[in-house]
Design a protein around this ligand. Structure first.
Ligand code: NDP
Length: 480
């Protein structure tokens, strides 16, 4: 059985403890690999290596660093098929999705930040005849990047690419549930020309490795994507240490469907925004709010489309949904469906585990589920489920729709469907969400600020926001 390794100081090695954790394939439930069960001792080695590497990496300059990152993006692209297979096997997502979205986006992340750093400006402020100020943006030194399991390589690289481009050395932890593609990438670092110690990847459990990164005094900045509860724990430890923190957390995103929308386009996109990646994307719309005048039409057409979705072997190009990521997660999602029923919800389709034929019979599959009849205040409509489950609720007017949309502790993303230009502006501005899509979903321009309001996060990543996060601004004031 394959044993993955940590990448520390340019070398691949097991955890110092010698302990291992199992990696499961969600499609079959089988254990197919092991990863190092690392702890604070491995993090310490990584921090020391990163500190040693930092001056040299910074001295390479923007162009030198850019070349290494571009090379890494080319190598991932060269091996795209192998990466996509690893991602699908590790996460349970359809192979077609990993090929089309996850891995190309990881390639794009490196390519984008490798070139963005070449155009990253510093500002100057002239005070007439008094002085000139210019803003120096220097790398922080060693930064920590912690990422989740839902879009494993996509989100891992979304953090480490800007961190490295800006001149930092990185101690990174991928999710223990999906370590495979981060490990595959660590095998390419030397070929890309990455100096030892610049990128260190430590595998293992959140409460051990993630907590050690969070608490380490030699890591003054942390970029984290994951659940809101984990984000709160990280903030609790890091804030009194005055660390820079970027937190990309959970969501409970609304989709607002007005009667004047392009119905067919809305319908097709709403099926995608509900169930892509088994609903395990922080940007998926899980609360669909529909104008009462088209509620029944929507419900009938939507449920018909959802029933036609195929849950199946992730390797089969005909599968729309694969497996959810773990047994624990499957049980959590099924418990939420049971809760929805207790709260008075009516399951219009799905609502149960799907058992496929051998060799997939022990895999963790859930039928895409649509629920109606629930009030916006119930737990089903307030808490993040992060699976293939959506609720339908009618609204009577725009004001009520916005109030319902904003009525959760979260504020990550929202989708608005209308052909009324004025309404689209009004509603977009009134929504408490860091990202609003009008008449579309998941169109991503990597230059735009990405992140959430309220309990969906603190700070923004993407474009110059990420480069600003991963640098310290210093104002230099020179008297004229
Ligand atoms: P978790 O918060 O459980 O884990 C995220 C990462 O943090 C993992 O690497 C995890 O390790 C690690 N971790 C766990 N505990 C700690 C700790 N005490 N200290 C430091 N690190 C720790 O999230 P999930 O992996 O379950 O991901 C799903 C969540 O991520 C959802 O809430 C989703 O909304 C959110 N998300 C947000 C996005 C955004 O951009 N806003 C994008 C994608 C997902 P381990 O795997 O070992 O537990």
């Amino acid at each position: 059985m394959e044993r993955l390794q940590n990448l520390i100081d340019g070398t691949l090695r097991p955890a110092q403890s010698g302990r291992w954790l199992d990696v499961h394939a969600p499609a079959t439930g089988e254990v197919f690999a092991q990863l190092p069960d690392s702890d604070e001792h491995d993090v310490e080695l990584a921090v020391q290596a990163a500190k040693r590497a930092a001056p040299g990496w910074n001295a390479l300059g923007r162009e030198g660093r850019s070349k290494v990152l571009l090379k890494l993006s080319e190598l991932i692209e060269r091996d795209l098929d192998e990466f996509a297979r690893a991602e699908s096997r590790d996460n349970g997502k359809p192979l077609s999705l990993a090929r089309k979205v996850d891995i190309p986006r990881a390639v794009a992340n490196f390519r984008f930040f490798a070139t963005a750093i070449l155009h990253f400006p510093s500002e100057a402020h002239l005070m007439d005849d008094v002085a000139v100020n210019w803003t120096d943006r220097q790398p922080i030194g060693v930064v920590g990047c912690i990422s989740p399991w839902n879009l494993p390589l996509y989100l891992f690289t979304w953090k480490i690419a800007p961190a490295l481009a800006a001149g930092n050395c990185v101690v990174a932890k991928p999710s223990e549930v999906t370590p495979l593609t981060a490990y595959r990438m660590s095998l390419l670092c030397e070929e890309a020309g990455m100096p030892p110690g610049v990128l260190n990847i430590i595998h293992g459990l959140g409460p051990k490795v993630g907590a050690a990164i969070t608490a380490h005094s030699g890591i003054p900045a942390i970029s984290f994507t994951g659940g809101t509860r984990t984000g709160a724990e990280i903030a609790r430890v890091a804030a009194p240490m005055f660390k820079k923190l970027s937190l990309e957390l959970g969501g409970k995103n609304p989709v607002l469907v007005f009667a004047d929308c392009d119905f067919e386009e809305m319908l097709a996109t709403t099926v995608r925004s509900s169930f892509t990646n088994q609903g395990q994307i922080c940007l998926c719309g899980s609360r669909i709010l529909i104008h009462r005048s088209i509620y029944d039409r929507f419900k009938e057409a939507f449920v018909e489309r959802v029933k036609a979705l195929r849950v199946g072997d992730p390797d089969d190009p005909a599968s729309d949904l694969g497996a959810v990521v773990s047994k624990d997660h499957m049980e959590k999602v099924l418990a939420y469906i049971a809760l929805a029923k207790e709260e008075g919800g009516r399951v219009l389709c799905g609502g149960e585990r799907v058992v496929l034929e051998a060799p997939l019979k022990d895999g963790w599959y859930i039928a895409p589920t649509v629920i109606e009849g629930l009030d916006g205040r119930c737990r089903t409509n307030q808490e993040e489920i992060f699976g293939p489950v959506v609720t339908l609720q009618p609204f009577d007017d725009e004001e009520q729709a916005v109030a319902m949309a904003n009525h959760t502790p979260y504020g990550l993303a929202a989708v608005v469907w209308t052909r009324d230009l004025k309404r689209s502006h009004r509603v977009a501005r009134a929504l408490q969400a860091g990202i609003v899509w009008v008449n579309c979903w998941m169109i991503r321009d990597l230059r735009t600020p990405f992140g959430g309001m309220k309990q969906s996060g603190v700070g923004r990543e993407g474009g110059v926001d990420a480069l600003r996060f991963f640098t310290e601004a210093k104002n230099v004031c020179i008297k004229l």
